[in-house]
Design a protein around this ligand. Sequence first.
Ligand code: IMP
Length: 505
Amino acid sequence: MAEINETVSRTFDEYLLLPGLTTKGHYPEQVSLKVPVAKYRPGKEEPYCLGIPFTSAAMQSVSGPDLAIALARKGGCSFTFCSQSIEEQAAMVRKVKEHKAGFVDSDSNIAPDDPLSKAIALSKKTGHSTIAVTEDGGRHSRLLGILTDKDYWETKDDPRLPVRYYFTPLERLVCAKEGVSLEEATEILHKEKKECLPIVDDSGNLASLVFRKDYFDHKANPLELTDEKKRLFVGAALNTHDYLKRAETLIEAEADLFCFDSSDGYSEWQKDAALQLRDRYGRKIILGGGNVVSADGFRFLVEEADLDFVKVGIGGGSICITREQKGIGRGQASAVIEVAAERDRYFQETGIYVPICSDGGLNNDTNIIMALALGADFVMMGRYFAMTEESPTPKVNYRGMLYKPYWGEGSSRARNWQRYKESDKDEDAMFFEEGVDAYVPYSGSLADKVDTTLAKLRSTMCNLGVLSMDKLHKNARAVRVSAMTLVESGTSRVEQFERMPTEKL
Ligand code: IMP
């Protein structure tokens, strides 16, 4: 007969945190959100860290290069998805790595004879108010001038006239030569009181643009996560099929973190793949794995597969129907609590700390805070990031509200067959879905969203009387809530005539 574990499988909403003593030294600006991302020996080695405890899910509708760039600028890391060809994934990694902070590849370009209407449409589509005017409208063609929204009035000027009629021509622009440093470019912008500095090569072709606003943006993102060459951080998901070739190509593309993407990581497939990669690359790569929901799953991935971090969570994802389809999984809070306890036991036994990541099912900021307080070192989120401007899907207007498409890697849309098949042998096995194809409300820029969540996290940490993530783990005290406590937690006996739409997200 089956062994029955009588403990109840619980979710984050079933817990509340108790405040600890907040001293006069506990204020949000003092809080450090740095977290280790790879196993290390505390006291003996410096950990390899994320600036904030956030990673984005390795999913087609989440982790494209724009999102990876925006998240790394905030201090987190995206995992580019492996449900695409090796070359496509490597191109994404390269795009992030080539994103030189400050030097922007011009995405909005136009030819001088194009009508103003085309420039206005382009500006609306990309959201860019500065358009480079090049000989043939190409991004690296000969630069002829710049058109900004200050050069025309949409409601007054004739949209049929060519752009050359409105733009600021090259002779009236201040430009700099390719090879100029970012500091020098910033100095020029400052001295010349300009908003944008085009960078051109020796033949006068447009190389990139430097914007005044990016300087302030950079100052506003002190936690930006970069490698030793000051390039933004980016992760890459691997599967257990083409991992040797994929890892080799992604290492060449200089991805910073690797992780197996699997709905069930407690498997010999993952162990074999991890050991082969370790054999080949040693500790030169940071390699995580998962997902597991129990102490024995954690032990297996750490002791037998030698992984650097372990992802926790099966069946909790917002687009996930794994539990419905197959009956496996566990409430995310119970999974995190059990695995975190095992991580701490493993640390007591060996002196090695193995970070864990709570993956999926974080439905709001409180769930994120609870996952971290209950023991996760960092979180991985799909829906949260899919909703942002920077996710790779287009905005869709439905009955006056904006949405973004979001689908599971186990949905037939993703056709990520490798992630969900049982073994290496069943290429032709029957496909059944483990994820749905859906929409999520559009929530604006990633930066604003992450800033809001982090402000709440820092504030909660001050309530608990802690200023660092390891202290949060040590000092957090949580209580279980009753159904009536949940009712009490909402508003009561007041009328709210109108709620801001974001409160419902
Ligand atoms: P979310 O943050 O709740 O949207 O969950 C995202 C997580 O769900 C991912 O990081 C994956 O672990 C998991 N996931 C992604 N696609 C699927 C799927 O199709 N079925 C089940 N789980 C999925």
